[in-house]
Design a protein around this ligand. Structure first.
Ligand SMILES: NC(=O)c1ccc[n+]([C@@H]2O[C@H](COP(=O)([O-])OP(=O)(O)OC[C@H]3O[C@@H](n4cnc5c(N)ncnc54)[C@H](O)[C@@H]3O)[C@@H](O)[C@H]2O)c1
Length: 326
């Protein structure tokens, strides 16, 4: 991989783990973050590293982006408005950050010498598709624009179109990664992320609140496995111009997840069901099954997820009980 790397959103959950890994590999790392959902605390383990440069700022700041992209050999674009709850509460911010912000990053990468760019997209782009496993070439099926939760997936789909357009028209070397539910230390439950929310509820002795019937299916991947996959993809020239699902093909229902959290974190905790309407407001639609087809990823890189769901829950618990939370 290249030697100097810019991570937008590098103070966030995934970005901070990525920064740690890249520094460990001897890279020089530049972080641009507005600390909206990210935190200085996430950078605590690396804050004094001589090869780390943290620039507080926003991806709406085009001159700053050009300055930082100019210093880097490649870019991981992780900054985004993330999480279903945040998206429902701040729809304008989601659309602007994810579309205009990403265009600014792509432009800066292009203007500073066509820097390689890994774009963090999401499984949410599959919308409410009903495939048993989502494949990169599947149709994207969104709900009505009157339901703001689709603005997240839709905005990321536009990002993908834009990135591929820059690749085709200007030769920008982009790699698009559709991340499925990524979990681990430093993820916060405030924005609707289910694993840290369940673990925190169990630690507090509160009921573990399952939204809906709990039969919805997800696949969870440890952030360390995701970050490894991102670095391997970035290193493989054949991945340029392509889209990859990144995740774990190990399905679990949300009800089963709640039971596992109870067992590992607090056997006395109760499990309570509440409606989506109560959690997210009227008209909220969830996706029943979200599971990746990772055959393309497995062909491209040597990828074997190391952590299972029990390890993930344990790591999240240890983190929430440490003093390294914002
Ligand atoms: N965590 C997951 O399960 C998951 C799943 C799919 C996709 N993703 C994608 O991965 C990326 C990272 O997500 P995460 O889970 O680490 O979330 P996160 O919220 O922890 O990270 C996002 C970071 O971007 C920063 N940011 C937001 N808006 C910004 C702006 N305008 N300018 C500069 N910085 C800004 C935030 O402060 C934060 O540090 C996002 O693009 C997200 O869409 C994450």
């Amino acid at each position: 991989m290249m030697e100097k790397v810019l991570i937008t959103g590098g103070a966030g959950f995934i970005g901070s783990h990525l920064a740690e890994k890249l520094l460990g590999e001897g890279k020089e790392v530049f972080i641009l973050d507005n600390f909206s959902t990210g935190s200085r605390v996430n950078l605590e383990p690396i804050k004094d590293h001589p090869r780390l440069h943290v620039k507080p700022g926003d991806i709406s700041d085009k001159p700053l982006l050009v300055e930082l992209a100019g210093k880097a050999d490649m870019i991981f674009h992780m900054a985004a408005a993330v999480g279903v709850k945040l998206i429902v509460e701040k729809p304008v911010n989601t659309i602007e950050t994810n579309i205009i912000g990403t265009e600014n990053v792509l432009k800066a990468a292009s203007e500073t010498g066509n820097k390689k760019l890994v774009l963090a997209s999401t499984s949410e782009v599959y919308g409410k598709g009903t495939e048993k496993k989502f494949h990169e070439e599947d149709d994207l099926i969104f709900g009505s624009t009157t339901h703001s939760r689709w603005s997240y997936g839709c905005s990321k789909a536009i990002d993908e179109f834009l990135a591929l357009a820059y690749h085709r028209s200007q030769g920008l070397p982009v790699i698009i990664v559709r991340l499925f539910n990524t979990v681990g230390p430093r993820q916060v439950g405030d924005y609707g992320m289910v694993v840290p929310r369940f673990v925190q509820q169990a630690i507090n002795g509160d009921p573990i609140c399952v939204y809906g019937d709990g039969k919805q299916v997800r696949c969870f991947t440890h952030v360390n496995d995701v970050v490894n996959a991102l670095c391997l993809l970035a290193d493989n020239e054949e991945c340029v111009g392509q889209i990859f699902n990144v995740g774990n093909d190990d399905p679990v229902t949300i009800k089963k997840l709640a039971e596992k959290v109870r067992k590992i974190v607090n056997p006395n905790a109760t499990i309570k069901h509440i409606s989506y309407q109560k959690a997210y407001g009227a008209g909220f639609e969830d996706i029943r099954v979200r599971r990746p087809d990772i055959s393309k990823l497995l062909k491209a890189i040597e990828y074997t997820p190391k952590a299972g769901l029990n390890d993930i829950i344990q790591d999240v618990k240890d983190h929430l009980l440490s003093d390294l939370t914002p």
